[in-house]
Design a protein around this ligand. Structure first.
Ligand SMILES: [Fe+2]
Ligand SMILES: [Fe+2]
Length: 186
């Protein structure tokens, strides 16, 4: 069994290594944090692998070089995760393959039958409100994702993330480099 992942330290490292400097860009860490929150809400009911979902949130857009046309950013995110695996976090081969596939295809793939990959993609798409788009239920892979998209807000279900995140209500907060590392808070 793999060691537990120290998500705060991993976040700090990935945030500080990102090529896109603006933390508040539509594809920056504020977005990653909301994707993580969405993924935790979804996983509470879809049965997705929560570790893969949380790592997807962190890695899927972390190697974007701009906020426009950058079709290879998912593959670069997967490659970066592979670089850090073993040094910054451990993950079984089967889980890593799910993470890799979810990152590489997250911009092109519409639906995925694997519940973990589908949950990753739905968690990303449920944050389309940030760019003025209302998530469309028909582009969701999971029925729970479609239910949330149909309602138009994740807020009624946000408490489900508490099982995995200490404070889903403050999900915009992510560790800045100056903050003290806290190994207790994962
Ligand atoms: Fe992306
Ligand atoms: Fe994204």
């Amino acid at each position: 069994m793999s060691d537990p992942i120290h998500f705060n330290e991993l976040w700090r490292h990935v945030v500080s290594a990102r090529p896109l400097g603006d933390a508040h860009s539509v594809h920056g860490p504020d977005h990653w944090r909301r994707v993580e929150r969405n993924g935790c809400v979804l996983a509470a009911r879809t049965g997705a692998n929560i570790t893969v979902v949380r790592l997807f949130a962190l890695f899927h857009d972390c190697r974007r070089e701009n906020d426009g046309w950058d079709p290879e950013h998912g593959r670069r995110g997967a490659d970066f995760a592979a670089e850090l695996r073993g040094e910054w976090f451990d993950l079984a081969d089967t889980e890593f393959e799910l993470l890799r596939a979810a990152c590489i295809d997250h911009t092109d793939g519409h639906h995925h039958p694997d519940v973990t990959i589908g949950t990753c993609w739905d968690s990303d798409r449920l944050d389309l409100g940030r760019v003025g788009m209302i998530p469309d239920p028909q582009y969701m892979s999971t029925s729970f994702g479609a239910e949330i998209a149909g309602y138009g807000s994740i807020r009624p279900w946000i408490h489900l993330a508490e099982e995995f995140l200490e404070s889903p209500e403050t999900h915009h907060h992510y560790p800045r480099p100056a903050e003290t590392p806290d190994r207790q808070q994962q």
